[in-house]
Design a protein around this ligand. Sequence first.
Ligand code: SF4
Length: 191
Amino acid sequence: MYDNFVELERECKKCNKCELCKTRHNVVFGVGNTNAEVMFIGEGPGENEDLQGEPFVGRGGQLLDKMLYAVDLDRKKNIYIANIVKCRPPHNRDPKPEEQEMCIDWLRNQVKLIKPKIIVCLGRIAAIKIIRPNFKITKEHGVFIKKGNVEMMAMYHPAAVLRDPRKKEDAFQDFLTLRDKIKEICPNTYK
Ligand code: SF4
């Protein structure tokens, strides 16, 4: 474990612990405010993220930014966004369990340093890894579950909302639920 973010990011960007290092263009470490009370966690970088080195920057990222904006959240200001695996799985396949296991310590270190009060999992894969293995995103999205000192919830992955626009209403409702929880337990996020 590293006790400062600069060192953590520098070491993570040199990582070659799993096969994904062979095909990546960039290690996608994370973006945002390292003092944020709210952290978003996705499953892994896609093509655009791999090329630009930042999480959620393609069409899905634009949709995420719009929904964040609607509840006064901003990736550059009051949240932090990271992924379970930091390198792109080829052809956008799901990260394999062993790749997630190899990579998760980087995320654990990020969480340890940020100390978020709320963690939002973006999509099924992140929810299964972070909340619990039998998590059902269709039934349990938007529901807060307390683990230790952290309130956790999952939302549909923005790419899933783009594929199925009928999910948009649920996704937006989940952001409103998140906003209410932030107002309740995160005194600094909307300052
Ligand atoms: S995915 Fe994670 S564990 Fe694998 S090489 Fe990239 S940073 Fe290292």
